[in-house]
Design a protein around this ligand. Structure first.
Ligand SMILES: [Zn+2]
Length: 100
């Protein structure tokens, strides 16, 4: 019977602190994901890329930043997001909210 581990202390204070910190970080990250998932706060709304490039109307404010059905991400107004967007959420799109 081997007893190699018998001489070593069983408690590992550093490990305990590390686990606590990473647990707290995980909890904080969860909070952030909930608020960041579908909306982002911006200083000013960008212009709608679809209206600008596809429709030649460069001054339509965009209220979404999201992936389009064609693949690339674009700033989109509500109308274009409904028509071209793939949805809200991580990896899909976010609603833009102006910082107040
Ligand atoms: Zn648009």
């Amino acid at each position: 019977m081997t007893d190699d581990q018998g001489d070593k202390p069983v408690t590992h204070p550093m490990w305990t602190v590390g686990a606590l910190l990473s647990n707290m970080a995980a909890l904080q990250a969860e909070d952030e994901v909930e608020t960041d998932l579908v909306s982002v706060v911006v200083d000013a709304l960008p212009m709608c890329d679809i209206h600008k490039y596809d429709l030649g109307q460069p001054d339509v404010p965009a209220t979404y930043d999201g992936k389009t059905k064609r693949g690339p991400w674009a700033y989109m107004c509500g109308e274009c997001f409904d028509a071209k967007g793939v949805g809200l959420g991580t990896g899909l799109g976010q609603r833009l909210e102006v910082r107040s």
